[in-house]
Structure formats: structure tokens, C-alpha cells
Ligand binder design. Structure first.
Ligand SMILES: Cc1cc2nc3c(=O)[nH]c(=O)nc-3n(C[C@H](O)[C@H](O)[C@H](O)COP(=O)(O)O)c2cc1C
Length: 311
């Protein structure tokens, strides 16, 4: 029997394997993009950027609490103008490796999402990820866009209007919603070409001796192994609700975890916190482990296994 075929087609993009560096992990400089490409990642996502630069939250901002990581980095980024240069350079560096570049944006209002998208489109990323887990500052309660079908759809429409038809859009959903399938259907209806799921899950870690939360921000986003079952459930629900490709993300630490994500219906697999635990090499090692798993199980291609667990 020949070796398993790991090639992955995400919208129009050809990837050598389905592993995608998740946003916010190391996607902050072109040398780190290069490092990810060199270790064999399928595609990279840059850290989310906003219209204006953001300093982020005071330390401590991240902690390994035992079953995963909690972070409240606070979306630190240099702002869209600077990001355009970083992305253009990143795209040039990734080209020889055949590794697509995914840009990521966020904003506080529907209109600002359109403005950031228009700026970032100038760098010609292969895909634009729209991080809607941030609060809607125009809403009385500052509810995240990702929590309400109407605001999630309004952001998607605004970004679609700003970038036209040429640049594909993936909308990144949050796990802490009642019915993620309905949110996915709303953004697809509004023009999303793909869904990324999930972002981190809100949580709190308390130091009993200090009698206070560990993070300066008190709460943060949980990632890593603790959220894998949540991510798998979300991906399965989205796969039932919509037909567009899903970048299944959350708690993937090994090749077998990646297989589970594809079995739940994902087309590609985001990897973030595994880089914390296993180093940048994880981005290539997880792909190799996935290939070995498929080989051992007699699975020849990703298409053959996609969604098999949820039929
Ligand atoms: C330190 C850190 C920073 C992150 N920053 C971003 C970000 O800027 N934009 C975003 O969409 N997601 C961000 N995320 C979420 C990840 O992209 C991913 O959705 C989440 O961590 C779940 O995947 P994982 O368990 O493989 O890490 C961040 C996660 C971590 C741990």
C-alpha cells in the first residue's frame, strides 16, 4: 500500500498538508512565518490585527494551568498599516515553500471591520480570517459579534463589501454560544467562504494562596487539550449546518487529534497551543503523525475520512 495522501484543498488553495498555524501564536513576524514553513506547516495564519495599534494587557498574560493554557494577551498588534508590510513580506517569504498566508483581522464596530479588511486586502493574503470574538463596542452591553447571528452576519457583509469577490473570507467563531450551527449559517448566508472554529473558551484560573485570579486581566481564553472536546462538538455542529470548508481548531496536540478534527467534518486543522507544548516543530510533526495514523488505519486521503464520525 502507498503512503497516505495528506494534500489538502481549502477553497482554491493547495496545501501540502491540512495543518494551519492558528492566529496569535507565532504569526507576528516574517522570520516566524519562515520557521513555520521550514518545519512543514500546511498554511500559516498571522496574528489578528486592528485598525490602530494595540498594546494589549499588562502581565501576567498567559499561564499553563495543567490541562491547557489560559491567555489574556489582549490582541496586541502593530495596527493595520504596519501589518500590510508584514503580510506582504510574509507572502513573499512563504511563496517558495508553497505555504498559503492567511491574514486575520478584528475591530470594535461593523464599519471598522470593513476598513481594516480593505487595508489588509492590499497585502494580497490568500485568505482573510475575520475574528469576531471581540466585543461590539457599539452595542450597549459590548456583546461579542460572534454571539449574535445578526452582528456576525453584519460583520461578514461589511468585510465582503470591502474586499470584493476576489479575496476569500473565513469567519472565526467563538465556542461560548448557544447554537454555533445557527451562527455559522448566518455568516455563510452573509458571504463567508469558510468557517474557522473555535477561538478560545472564556475561563478563570485562581491562585488559592494569593486568593486572586492569576491573570492580571482576571479572565482569559482557554486553549489546548482542555477545549478539544468542545472544538470537536462545535466543528460537528457547523459541518451539519453549512457546506463550506471548516478550519477545525482547538486542542489539537497530536496527529491523532488532527484526525479526530477531520472525522468531525473539518477540511483543515488549526494548531496553536501545541506550539507552546511541543515547539514550532509540532506544526510539521503533527502532519507526519497524521500521515502515520492514516497509513496504519488504511485511510488513503483526507476526503475519505472527512466527516466520517458524524454521519
Ligand atoms: C497566546 C494566544 C494568542 C491568541 N491570539 C489570537 C488572535 O490574535 N486571534 C485569533 O483569532 N485567535 C487567537 N488565539 C486563539 C487561537 O488561534 C486558537 O483559536 C485557540 O487557541 C484554540 O486552538 P489551540 O487549542 O490549538 O490553541 C490565541 C490563542 C493563544 C493561546
Amino acid at each position: 500500500m502507498g503512503s497516505a495522501d495528506l494534500t489538502c484543498r481549502l477553497l482554491g488553495l493547495e496545501m501540502k498538508n491540512p495543518i494551519v498555524l492558528a492566529s496569535g501564536i507565532i504569526g507576528t513576524s516574517s522570520s516566524l512565518f519562515l520557521r513555520a514553513a521550514q518545519v512543514g506547516v500546511g498554511a500559516v495564519t498571522a496574528k489578528s490585527c486592528s485598525l490602530q495599534p494595540r498594546a494589549g494587557h499588562p502581565n501576567p498574560v498567559a499561564l499553563d494551568w495543567g490541562a491547557g493554557v489560559i491567555n489574556a494577551i489582549g490582541l496586541t498588534n502593530p495596527g493595520a498599516e504596519e501589518e500590510v508590510h508584514l503580510l506582504a513580506e510574509g507572502r513573499r517569504i512563504l511563496e517558495p515553500y508553497g505555504v498559503p498566508l492567511i491574514a486575520s483581522i478584528f475591530a470594535g464596530t461593523v464599519e471598522e471591520f470593513g476598513q481594516v479588511a480593505a487595508l489588509i486586502a492590499q497585502a494580497r493574503p490568500h485568505l482573510l480570517e475575520v475574528n469576531i470574538s471581540c466585543p461590539n463596542v457599539a452595542d450597549e452591553f459590548g456583546t461579542p459579534f460572534a454571539a449574535v447571528c445578526e452582528s456576525a452576519a453584519a460583520v461578514t457583509e461589511s468585510v465582503r463589501r470591502a474586499v470584493g469577490k476576489d479575496l476569500p473570507i473565513a469567519v472565526k467563531l467563538a465556542p461560548n454560544v448557544y447554537n454555533i450551527g445557527r451562527i455559522a449559517a448566518a455568516v455563510v448566508e452573509a458571504g463567508a467562504d469558510a468557517i474557522t472554529a473555535i477561538n478560545t473558551m472564556p475561563g478563570m484560573v485562581i491562585d488559592a494562596h494569593a486568593r486572586r485570579p492569576v491573570l492580571h486581566n482576571r479572565t482569559g481564553g482557554l486553549s489546548g487539550m482542555a477545549i478539544k472536546p468542545i472544538a470537536l462538538r462545535c466543528v460537528a455542529e457547523i459541518a451539519h449546518a453549512v457546506k463550506v470548508p471548516i478550519i477545525g481548531t482547538g486542542g489539537v496536540n497530536t496527529g491523532e487529534d488532527a484526525a479526530e478534527m477531520i472525522l468531525a467534518g473539518a477540511t483543515a486543522v488549526g494548531v496553536g497551543t501545541a506550539v507552546w507544548y511541543r515547539g514550532v516543530e509540532a506544526l510539521g510533526t503533527i502532519a507526519q503523525e497524521l500521515g502515520a495514523f492514516m497509513q496504519a488505519e488504511g485511510i488513503r486521503s483526507l476526503d475519505e475520512m472527512r466527516g466520517q464520525a458524524i454521519r
